[in-house]
Design a protein around this ligand. Sequence first.
Ligand SMILES: Cc1cc2nc3c(=O)[nH]c(=O)nc-3n(C[C@H](O)[C@H](O)[C@H](O)COP(=O)(O)OP(=O)(O)OC[C@H]3O[C@@H](n4cnc5c(N)ncnc54)[C@H](O)[C@@H]3O)c2cc1C
Length: 385
Amino acid sequence: MTGLRVAVVGGGIGGATVALALERHGVDVAVYERRDSVPPVGSGLGLAGNGYRVLEDLGLGPALDGTGAPLATMRMLSADGTEVAHYDTGRLLGMRRADLIRIVLDGVGPSVVHHGRECVAVEVDTGPPVVRFGDGSCAAADVVVVADGLRSRCAPVVAAPPALRPAGTSALRGFVSADGLPEHLATGQNAWLGPDRHLLCYPVDRHGTLNFAAFVPRPAGSADEWSFRVDPEVVRDAYAGWDDDAGAILDRASEVYRYDLADRDPFAPWTRAGVVLLGDAAHPMLPHMGQGANQAIEDGAILAALLAEAEGAADVTERLATYEATRKPRTDRIQRQSRRNGERFSRARDLTSGDDSAPTEDLSWVYGYDAPAAGRAAAARLRAS
Ligand SMILES: Cc1cc2nc3c(=O)[nH]c(=O)nc-3n(C[C@H](O)[C@H](O)[C@H](O)COP(=O)(O)OP(=O)(O)OC[C@H]3O[C@@H](n4cnc5c(N)ncnc54)[C@H](O)[C@@H]3O)c2cc1C
């Protein structure tokens, strides 16, 4: 035991992972999540090899394998359905976001997660940091991990993050049943790229549920809200005249949500006076590499490995700085490349005539990264210094 008390603000995938990793190291941790429970449905995401490796190291491999859908291949198609590339995606699991969070939280002791606790401020002025909640209560800790997402309320206690940068793109997302669809649509990933928009579909469970994310230019004059339910005709209209396979999926959509995409430029610092940023609160990125959640998971492994060896509250400053120094070059690069991919996808024209919009570069530096090993190495360096 380190004797440290760690409070995590936000019980999304990043907050849940760091809590589980800390608990496995014997650190006293509490998670404060504003929602009353894990949402029953949510959207889909791809758990890539680099994120999977962390959760497998935490003993969650069997639960993940029993729940998610293995996505071994990706077919890239032009808007008319011509196949322009077909490649192996390695170890990638399609999952419902809610299933993923539930699996990680199930691994954490039940007394660790406090739902229905909205943090309104983190104070660092005197002594150890204090988390203040909307109901007037508070919690003191030696370290506060701010994992409250893209629109982080608490990050400004550490840094002045640059303004959110709207991407000018919306994602229209939903689930449909794959029942009766041909095998090539019901398994693996299919991505259609066309003029100024693209559509991604993949299964998210072992019961024939497909997730779709349809990226379209953000409609002009839309409300300031960033996530809301829309009429399913919106997504069907946006892809009218595209490949019949794409139409067959979108015709089944009955519940569609629109997310207006945004990121921020990389910023620093991530840590101040015992408070540290993690996940989207630290490095909000566009979804065009499918890495936001995977990077939050990596953050959790490395932060926990460093804090696990802290000799009390007086020994956290250098550990938090080492976490930032270990993580930031990698997340900066992925933030920038995700933005570039978005620009590249939205100018996709005719893939069949040699357009360069289909990603072909070697991404083993992303998926092959071993965060548990990197965390152990960072902790060993501190031990030796
Ligand atoms: C269209 C789309 C597709 C995506 N696809 C992928 C993908 O395939 N793979 C991938 O890796 N990533 C993907 N992402 C990105 C991924 O969803 C995020 O990067 C990831 O969810 C970040 O995790 P997080 O824990 O940092 O933040 P979040 O998931 O946003 O969690 C933050 C948590 O904090 C809580 N919270 C917020 N404020 C407070 C407060 N004041 N007090 C207490 N709790 C609070 C929230 O309720 C939430 O539970 C996608 C994103 C989008 C928009």
